[in-house]
Design a binder for this molecule. Sequence first.
Ligand SMILES: NC(=O)c1ccc[n+]([C@@H]2O[C@H](COP(=O)([O-])OP(=O)(O)OC[C@H]3O[C@@H](n4cnc5c(N)ncnc54)[C@H](OP(=O)(O)O)[C@@H]3O)[C@@H](O)[C@H]2O)c1
Length: 277
Amino acid sequence: MHSIDANGARIPCLGMGTWTLSGEACSDLVAHALSIGYRHVDTAGGYRNEAEVGAGIRASGVARDEVFVTTKIWHTHLQYDDFLRTAEASIERLGIGPVDLLLIHWPNPAVPLAETIAALNAARGNGLTRHIGVSNFPTGLLAQARALSAAPLVADQVEHHPMLDQTKVLAACRAAGMAMVSYCPLFRGGGLFETPAVADAARRHGKTPGQVVLRWQVQQPGVAAIPRTSRKERLAENLDIFDFALSEAEMAAISALQAANRRLCDFAFSPEWDEPA
Ligand SMILES: NC(=O)c1ccc[n+]([C@@H]2O[C@H](COP(=O)([O-])OP(=O)(O)OC[C@H]3O[C@@H](n4cnc5c(N)ncnc54)[C@H](OP(=O)(O)O)[C@@H]3O)[C@@H](O)[C@H]2O)c1
């Protein structure tokens, strides 16, 4: 599995998203994913499936230190003590020892960032996680978080797909030696697969549109992607993207779709996003 070296972390550039997965089906899918070669799993306290994700990892028989596991702390738990208690509960539910990466799921202006970053570092110091990072941090907040953090941040997990311009966040991550982890990497379908840029490349390479979009993601230095599927056959499809390469022209044609600048995850509590480049 190709991976990204990010400030001391080695992050497999294709991971498994688990949002909406639940129950036994979630555990089964996680175990199956690991059995076919996935080595990176993304969950969050807010997904309410950490126990099932952990059970799937344990059931897979894959050695714990071969799997990169991320979880996240929801934005209503960012005060120092609450953050640490919430992180401990996540680790307890997962039942696989420390996670590899602990993220602040969303920023929260009601809590001083210095307080949350101190808690994030304490979680690392206490052995709850090997590495720390953030999610949904635009460039200004990312710079503040980096300046406040004693330990290096290794990733900013953000929405990123061919319909959204994240040039600025990616440049900031690269300059900081961090990975940018793309969530909603497939734009949840959403008409992307039918665009000529994606559909034509799929035809040329004998790949599916989903594979082309994921290849576009991981072919960009410093980018990891965590697609989600509820179907076993698609787990294999989404992993099978390392035996072909998009040409420069194909990469550019898909990147040009980013002019649409369409964001799926935008809520009342979202921060002020970066303008398109
Ligand atoms: N940090 C954050 O705030 C945040 C926010 C959102 C998501 N995330 C993380 O990112 C992960 C992925 O994002 P997402 O789940 O929102 O969106 P996504 O991965 O872009 O899209 C998932 C959808 O695409 C379909 N799909 C998957 N593979 C496909 C393929 N090869 N061809 C066609 N359709 C395919 C799935 O349907 P089927 O199930 O039918 O295959 C599912 O409906 C989440 O699971 C979560 O772990 C993080």
